[in-house]
Design a protein around this ligand. Structure first.
Ligand SMILES: [Mg+2]
Length: 264
């Protein structure tokens, strides 16, 4: 069941769509989303002044593309089982493998990057666009600038652009340092667009990378959680509560239309 919450501005909004509404989700997202009824005791978006939005920045893997990289397997291959278990227990919200190996000695680091690159190459072979991504980008074309930030390599971004015929600009890959969850790539995009961070929303499937990057930059954040792995206590525990949470990209239409004034 799709859930979203709005932490900002000030008003806390919690909505649940009834199960029967699931089949109508796309239609609602395409313009009838205002028919959804917030639970009692909350303010509706209609009463709230809409924030101006000028750009949408997406994560790539697991957001614009179907998640195909087996990250736990990658972490195990890089760290070894024993260290993987230890690192995982110290990082319940997720392992930041790129930062973790930065302190390793050069030879060990090179081997780790090769392992990561091999997993990413396998992922490229199976690259698939996420359901709703094309429609969302078509919707945004005349209304918003769209950018992309990924911790994957430029080669993967180039292939994504080529294969699916959608261009994001700027599209920052791992070669841009520092990478997510550092806010710098998002601030760089805002600077390139000449917009304020609070006129941008970061959309991604990682709490620790995408939501963290967006919040640290001062942008709105939307967490894509297809499988329901993030509940509110999980976000609270990580100190990373996204402004919105969706279970599909199709839901992003209504988030944008209901809560923002979409200025090109
Ligand atoms: Mg991702």
């Amino acid at each position: 069941m799709p859930l979203l919450w709005l932490q900002r501005p000030v008003v806390f909004l919690w909505r649940c769509r009834p199960p029967m509404a699931m089949a109508m989700a796309m239609a609602m997202d395409m313009g009838m989303a205002h028919l959804t009824t917030p639970t009692s005791g909350t303010a509706t978006s209609a009463r709230r002044p809409k924030a101006r939005l000028r750009g949408v920045v997406f994560d790539m893997d697991g957001t614009l593309t179907v998640p195909v990289i087996d990250f736990p397997a990658m972490y195990r291959a890089v760290l070894g089982e024993e260290e993987y278990v230890a690192v995982k227990s110290r990082n319940p919200s997720g392992i930041d493998i790129l930062h973790h190996i930065e302190t390793w000695d050069p030879d060990k680091q090179i081997r780790a990057y090769e392992t990561i690159a091999e997993f990413e190459r396998q992922g490229l072979d199976r690259l698939q666009i996420m359901s709703g991504a094309k429609e969302l980008c078509d919707f945004l074309d005349s209304k918003q600038m769209r950018g992309l930030i990924t911790r994957n390599v430029k080669e993967a971004v180039d292939l994504f652009h080529l294969r699916f015929g959608m261009t994001f600009s700027p599209a920052l890959s791992r070669e841009f340092r520092p990478y997510k969850p550092n806010p710098e790539p998002l601030l760089h995009i805002c600077s390139t667009w000449d917009v304020e961070p609070n006129e941008v929303i970061m959309v991604g499937d990682s709490l620790k990378d995408d939501v963290a990057c967006g919040k640290r930059a001062g942008a709105f954040t939307c967490l894509l959680d297809e499988t329901g792995r993030y509940d509110s206590s999980c976000c609270d525990a990580a100190g990373l509560v996204p402004d919105f949470k969706v279970s599909s990209l199709a839901e992003v239409f209504s988030i944008l239309e209901e809560n923002f004034e979409l200025k090109p």
